[in-house]
Design a protein around this ligand. Sequence first.
Ligand code: GUN
Length: 280
Amino acid sequence: MAFLIDGKKISAEIKDELKEKVAALNAEGKYPCLAVILVGNDPASQVYVNNKKKACAYIGIKSLSYELSEDVSEEELLNLVRELNDNPECNGILVQLPLPKHIDEQKVIKTISPDKDVDGFHPESVGRLSIGTRGFKSCTPAGIIELLKRSNIETDGKECVIIGRSNIVGKPMGMLMLRENSTVTICHSHTANLKEVCKRADILIVAIGKREMIDESYVKPGATVIDVGMHRKEDGHLCGDVLFESVCKVAGAITPVPGGVGPMTIAMLMNNIVGAFYED
Ligand code: GUN
């Protein structure tokens, strides 16, 4: 049975560390503050946004909440972002995605000041991540790096295979694993011989968005398997892109769903907001 990488515990540790950092900042008269913008009534987005606001409250980060109706114009949303860019009270801006179809998501992301882009989605943040200079890192990949480090999983010189090439997970994950000196392969829907490629991995990161697709036949014995997927089954239970019961028999370490990668995304968002006040 594989070692279980406990994202719930690790994210709780990170949040407690951040709570102490915020208390120290407050003592210097500095007050981290996140502006959260939610457009429309998508129930999943409402849950995510509420969880982000709750995490802010726990750590002592102030949050400003903006709930806009589904039919808000693109220009109104852009104006709110511009206003928050100029508001010295707020040091992080998060626009919950997805946005309604009539709004150009990339245009909104580009309007957020790179200095307040705590999601790490702005092209400037992506560029800084690629060349390895200081900037905001996309939260889910940054959370996975933290899971590996805090679980003492070696990355240096290891084969890392990532399945999925999204802008939010796959691509930034590749950049971060390169920074950790792994040899990186990014697979996607056109990859030939996916199974053979995956079997090379010492670290297999799965972000395909297909329920329980990866079973033990994709996994080298002893490999670390990180599951970024999140799906709800017919019986109401949550599961990932990895068939847990199968893979946990051969993997050396594995993240569960729920309680693996999921809680780390919010912890790293909080880390980005607080980290903006520190030099290193
Ligand atoms: N929608 C799903 N995940 C995310 C995220 O990490 N940030 C934002 N802004 N929207 C999302």
